[in-house]
Write a protein that binds this ligand. Structure first.
Ligand code: COS
Length: 386
């Protein structure tokens, strides 16, 4: 049912097929069990690493697969169609920490962190939000103070995906002083690893959806960070985080398209087999209209996402495009999964069929990596800034 609106090359189709086969054989048999048990299986990450899926957009010189953004997103959609939790783990790793290291890391940092991450030996995480700094990310209060050649960090990061398993965490902290606050320009990025003294994993969130992707708080208590763990320039961490989220939001859009595509497929199959009033419910126009609208919105979301991906690969400024793709895809995922539950009726409301999980998984795509409201702000601001 899914078709590529942007013609895919042979290489793109073959990586898409690898992702589809992996999802069918290695994820589909376990997705429901992992969801119910809120279980994250690290062995899956190892297997995805062997396929090169943990270094998709990292050049081969740094042990990555070196594919373009569209290839990465097409593969990510296939994974998300089966397991949205594994998809977000891949999305965060591929879009945020690895891209930050590639773009702003020193050669020594790339050697030590990026290469093993690209090989899938170290999993990456991204720590920007805090308990009191969500949409207003620049108001974060985790403080970094210089101590000789090191930095001492104190604070709590929140909503960190893969935080329990994250072995390389790109964390944003204030490097301005309380007497001289510089807003977004007073924030720097640090490469944090769990072995640093003063690092601890805090509360694990008990989430509505994406239950097989661990989300935690991280506590930094007089955490000593060596000077060579600063990423790029002092005071540029917020800009790095925002530029990285331009990429990250494409990954979340791909995840949302995958969730919506799965809900559409399940609903269409169910409508063909479920009989009421003497015939399959797909023969009722009420159901046909729903399915037609679902299919159209999924196709539109995928088309916009692919257009944004190719714009990125052409080197264009994609802040607005990326927010549009995320906004449309995430609201489509929520709407399409809601319709799918409705088509299933009572069976959609119980765990016997996957649409119940898809409905729960869809919701967070409207929230994380910037809420739909933040995407609308970004889109509207860009109308006047260029
Ligand atoms: N690319 C490059 N630079 C960017 C940027 C982007 N996409 N977005 C902002 N910047 C820059 C601005 O140009 C500005 O730079 P200067 O200091 O040179 O002027 C700086 O960053 C501060 O930007 P701005 O003034 O727009 O910051 P705001 O505090 O108004 O915040 C929003 C802007 C709301 C867009 C930002 O806080 C945001 O995206 N919030 C949501 C955070 C989020 O997605 N969190 C999820 C984390 S993962 S769960």
């Amino acid at each position: 049912m899914a078709w590529a609106l942007t013609p895919l090359t042979e290489e793109q189709r073959s990586i898409q097929a690898v992702a589809r086969e992996f999802a069918a054989s290695e994820l589909a048999p376990f997705t429901d069990e992992w969801d119910r048990g809120a279980y994250f299986d690290p062995a899956i990450i190892g297997k995805l690493g062997e396929l090169g899926f943990l270094g998709m957009m990292i050049p081969e010189a740094y042990d990555g697969l070196g594919v373009d953004t569209l290839t990465y997103l097409v593969a990510l959609e296939e994974i998300a169609t089966v397991d949205a939790s594994i998809a977000v783990t891949l999305s965060v790793h591929n879009s945020l920490p690895t891209q930050m290291l590639l773009r702003w890391g020193t050669e020594a940092q790339k050697e030590r962190f990026l290469k093993p991450m690209a090989r899938g030996e170290l999993l990456g995480a991204f720590a920007l939000s805090e308990p009191d700094a969500g949409s207003d990310a620049a108001s974060l209060t985790t403080q970094a103070i210089r101590d000789g050649g090191d930095w001492i960090l104190n604070g709590t990061k929140a909503w960190v995906s893969s935080g329990t398993k994250g072995e390389v965490i790109l964390a944003m902290a204030r490097t301005d002083s309380p007497e001289d606050r510089r807003g977004a320009r007073g924030i720097s990025a640090f490469i944090v690893t769990p072995d640093l003294p003063g690092f601890s994993v805090g509360k694990k969130e008990d989430k509505m959806g994406l239950r097989a992707s661990p989300t935690v708080q991280l506590h930094f208590s007089d955490m000593r960070v060596p000077g060579d763990r600063l990423l790029g320039q002092v005071g540029s961490g917020f800009i790095y985080a925002m530029q990285s989220l331009d990429n990250g939001r494409l990954g979340i859009a791909a995840q949302a398209v995958g969730i919506a595509e799965a809900a559409l497929r399940h609903a269409a199959a169910y409508a063909a087999e479920r009989k009421q009033f003497g015939k399959p419910i797909k023969e009722f126009q009420a159901i046909q209209f729903k399915l037609a609208d679902m299919a159209s919105r999924v196709a539109a979301s995928r088309a916009l996402l692919h257009a944004a991906a190719t714009a990125k690969d052409r080197g264009e400024h994609i802040t607005q495009f990326s927010s549009m793709a995320k906004l449309l895809a995430s609201e489509t995922a929520m709407w399409v999964t809601t319709q799918a539950v409705q088509i299933f009726g009572g069976y959609g409301y119980v765990k016997d069929y996957p649409v119940e999980r898809l409905f729960r998984d869809a919701k967070v795509t409207e929230i994380y990596e910037g809420t739909s409201e933040i995407q609308r702000i970004v889109i509207a601001r860009e109308l006047y800034s260029r």
